[in-house]
Write a protein that binds this ligand. Structure first.
Ligand code: AKB
Length: 315
């Protein structure tokens, strides 16, 4: 990676990834793009262009002008929003991905796009879900992610585009909030714990989902992209997880630091049924073996860091 273009650069991952890539590869070498602009460091700390990923011509010309050798395609709807707008989700998630893959093919760029634990479904083995297993998701988001994995593999085999991807779990961060995901409760809980000392979970007790702290997710993207290609047996996409917990377990962890923190439940049937269709925990051993994936944070160390950083942020 030398000259990088990112789509969805002001989203939950992009906001932090853009800054980290600029630190490593040089600010001018990282072109951030998003459908809107804001005053964040990601938008203001280096080259930025407005881009709707449905506009393939503009995407191609931005990449060409930037002399991009790498495209990191982040722009997509998350699971709950996709479920509320399935046709729009198909058009945006698949149309944006096709435009990004075509740009990468035409301009001979290396390519990254995230997949998700949402690429699995109710017929997938639930515990320590293997890298290669049944993928029959029952959500529009999951359908998009499986199709995206296949499409990215197709571009690798058919056109030799160096495509790589990760199946991300829920990502937790104190910088930019997620929007419209099923795992968002595990971010909201920290904000509400600090602001109000209580949280009402829309996910039911006993529901386990994989999670990861954002610094580990950023390292995973960069390490995968820098991994030597001969080592990669898989490409699209690798299981990666740092922890798996239920709402009552994260609540108990927060209680250790915020005396009197209280958790109640008001379950959202749509997001609960999405969560129920996903694995309890996935097996990241292919990522460990093929390119050395390793997460630094577990629930305890992540909670300490999240609460400290959020207290400073929220004053
Ligand atoms: C979501 O909940 O939709 C995402 C994901 C796990 O892909 N955070």
């Amino acid at each position: 990676m030398k000259r990088i273009m990112i789509t969805g650069a002001l989203g939950q991952i992009g906001s932090e990834l853009t800054i980290k890539l600029r630190d490593i590869y040089g600010a001018d070498n990282v072109l951030a793009t998003d459908i809107r602009e804001n005053d964040s460091d990601a938008a203001k700390g280096g080259p930025f262009s407005i881009l709707d990923v449905m506009d393939g011509k503009k995407m191609a010309s931005l990449a060409e002008n930037h002399k991009a050798d790498t495209i990191i395609h982040m722009a997509a709807l998350l699971s709950a929003t996709a479920e509320a707008n399935p046709v729009f989700a198909w058009n945006l998630n698949m149309g944006g991905l096709m435009n990004a893959l075509e740009t990468a093919r035409e301009q001979k760029c290396q390519f990254f796009t995230p997949s998700s634990i949402g690429a699995f479904g109710p017929s997938t083995p639930k515990d320590l879900t293997p890298q290669d297993t049944v993928q029959r998701p029952t959500t529009m988001y999951g359908v998009n992610k499986v199709a995206g994995e296949l499409l990215a593999d197709y571009y690798y085999h058919r056109f030799a585009v160096d495509t790589r991807g990760l199946r991300f779990p829920g990502l937790i961060s104190y910088v930019a909030p997620p929007g419209g995901g099923t795992t968002d409760y595990a971010v909201e809980i920290y904000y509400e714990a600090i602001k109000n000392g209580r949280y009402t979970s829309y996910i039911e007790q006993g529901t386990y989902m994989d999670m990861m702290y954002m610094p580990d997710a950023l390292d995973a993207i960069i390490n995968l992209m820098e991994a030597s290609p001969e080592k990669l047996i898989h490409r699209n996409s690798f299981n990666v997880s740092a922890m798996s917990f239920s709402p009552e377990e994260i609540s108990a962890e927060i209680k250790k630091h915020i005396t009197g923190f209280e958790m109640s439940y008001d379950v959202d049937p749509i997001r609960q049924s999405i969560a129920d269709s996903w694995p309890n925990s996935i097996d990241s051993s292919a990522a460990k073996e093929e390119w050395g994936f390793k997460a630094k944070y577990d629930l305890s160390s992540m909670s300490i860091d999240m609460l400290n950083k959020l207290k400073a942020k929220l004053g």
